[in-house]
Design a protein around this ligand. Structure first.
Ligand code: AMP
Length: 284
């Protein structure tokens, strides 16, 4: 695996690969890698072939400075995992490399409704930061294929929107959420949970399962309320437990029995904010 810190080195190498006719797959991450990230790498290797992973803890997407400060950094272990996964290239840029003229005017991305709801509402500015870094990374890497996790459902929608509105030619692929044995979605933030919190954390997955079992045509308010109450009983501070249209994220008060539905949850255990989702109308 080659490790590049600069755009110039990376692009020189990618130019050679593309000249050989290789398809390039790209897996952007913020490090503190786990098996969920590695499943994206595996899919990229299988489908695209030549695989670039980036590790960049993007300061512009943290609406909470404390969350940024405490974001886990485990670069040595990350490199070991990427080597085992036979990743071709690791792109490890500095903040200066990604945002060279930080004093300049910052581009605003038109995200419409997506920015007003759920993560957009509870993490103001978060998706502007995601667009800023993803626009930059997608332009730098110029990959044929991009692999992102369904774990960040709304983020996938935001990046798809970015790709289509900025005429980026990279094709987006959404990879299913990898879970721990008890159902907890793998996440770099899980490292910050103490033992008691880690045990309690499974309640998020249980909530999604309960919402799935309770989904019926008609009003949904009770289902959402019960989900919040269940999480609160397990010690969570809940941002939201919602049911939304799976294609638009429009929040649903009633279900017509046919629209695709996604259940989305965001809740804190102590200082750690966890999110998860499940498409309730999908086969699995
Ligand atoms: P992060 O490092 O948290 O920014 O995540 C980098 C990529 O890995 C994003 O596309 C995430 O959606 C994806 N990802 C994170 N957790 C998981 C998981 N448990 N299963 C699959 N993909 C994941």
């Amino acid at each position: 695996m080659l490790i590049f810190h600069t755009i110039q080195q990376l692009q020189r190498h990618l130019g050679l690969q593309q000249a050989k006719g290789r398809q390039v797959g790209f897996v952007p991450t913020m490090g503190a890698l786990h098996a969920g990230h590695l499943s994206l790498i595996a899919q990229s290797k299988q489908e695209a072939g030549f695989t670039v992973c980036s590790i960049f803890v993007n300061p512009t997407q943290f609406n909470d400075p404390k969350d940024f400060e405490k974001y886990p950094v485990t670069i040595k272990a990350d490199i070991e995992l990427l080597l085992k996964a036979e990743t071709d290239v690791l792109f490890l840029p500095s903040v200066q490399e990604i945002y060279p003229n930080d004093a300049g005017e910052v581009q605003q991305y038109e995200l419409g409704f997506l920015e007003t709801v759920l993560e957009g509402k509870y993490r103001p500015g978060h998706f502007q930061g995601v667009c800023r870094v993803m626009h930059r990374l997608l332009t730098i890497v110029n990959a044929h294929h991009l692999y992102m996790g369904q774990k960040d459902y709304q983020q996938c929608m935001v990046v798809s929107h970015l790709i289509s509105t900025k005429n980026i030619t990279t094709e987006m692929h959404i990879v299913p959420t990898l879970r721990e044995a008890d159902g907890l979605a793998m996440s770099s933030r899980n490292m910050r949970l103490n033992q008691e919190q880690r045990t309690a954390a499974v309640a998020i997955f249980q909530t999604l399962i309960q919402m799935k079992a309770a989904l019926q045509p008609g009003p949904l308010l009770e289902v959402k309320k019960r989900a919040t109450a269940f999480l609160e009983s397990k010690g969570f501070r809940v941002d939201y437990t919602e049911l939304a249209h799976a294609d638009t994220l429009a929040l649903l008060d009633d279900w017509n029995g046919t629209d695709p539905v996604v259940a989305v949850v965001a809740a804190y255990l102590g200082e750690v904010r966890l999110i998860d989702n499940m498409v309730l109308t999908a086969a699995d």
